[in-house]
Design a protein around this ligand. Structure first.
Ligand code: E4P
Length: 217
């Protein structure tokens, strides 16, 4: 399972990339606004930090302008993945970009039928938003399971990129289902490594080691 960081915070991305555990980055217009940075500049910088795909989202709502925006984004770096909204125009743009060999991430997916359309349009990734579904009383993970079943039924190559992840519980459930990618806030990636018993056990080992008076180096 691949891990993407869902942020436009360059310092956080650099820190996570240094662990060797980061496979890519996703951004969206809200995350860009939060960064306070120029969109094209910050995305280009992120592309230089990570080798994997960096999703950058178009903001046009019509196909012709989406294609123009995609051309600008594609020119930033070879690892750009053009993020498109799950609308008819977004799917049309996805189909056209896929034909040109461009990586695409179809975002704002909230139903299995939407995911089916994205796969038919040749999307590289489909981004179902589990947290936002949970927020309105739906089961986000049920959607991931449905998409997994449908994609496997037809051998679609589109990767399931679980988005709107809010906690390690989402990551575990997504991994059990066999989702391809989870994109998460840096805080959730770090939470995955944490366990109270690990901290307690390490403290005990170090205390006992200190009693030996020895040093490895
Ligand atoms: C990822 O591509 C999405 O933009 C992101 O995961 C949305 O998360 P949110 O629902 O926490 O804003």
């Amino acid at each position: 399972m691949k891990f993407f960081a869902d942020t436009a915070d360059v310092a956080e991305i650099a820190d996570l990339a240094a662990t060797g555990l980061l496979d890519g980055v996703t951004t969206n217009p809200s995350l860009i606004a939060k960064s306070g940075r120029n969109f094209l500049e910050v995305v280009k910088e992120i592309c230089g930090i990570v080798d994997g795909p960096v999703s950058a989202e178009v903001v046009a709502t019509d196909h012709a302008t989406m294609m123009k925006e995609a051309a600008v984004l594609r020119a930033l770096a070879p690892n750009i993945c053009v993020k498109l909204p799950l609308t008819i125009d977004g799917l049309k743009t996805c189909k056209a970009l896929t034909a040109e060999g461009v990586k695409t991430n179809v975002t704002l997916c909230f139903s299995a039928n939407q995911a089916l359309l994205a796969a038919k349009a040749g999307a590289t990734y489909i981004s179902p938003f589990v947290g936002r579904l949970d927020d309105i009383g739906h089961d986000g993970m049920e959607l991931i399971q449905d998409i997994r079943t449908i994609y496997d039924n037809y051998d679609f190559k589109t990767e399931i990129l679980v988005a709107s992840v809010r906690s390690p519980v989402h990551v575990l459930a997504a991994a059990r289902i066999g989702a391809d990618v989870a994109t998460m806030p840096p805080s959730v990636i770090r939470q995955l490594a944490g366990h109270a018993l690990t901290e307690k056990g390490l403290a005990a080992f170090l205390a006992d080691w200190a009693k030996t008076g020895q040093s490895i180096l």
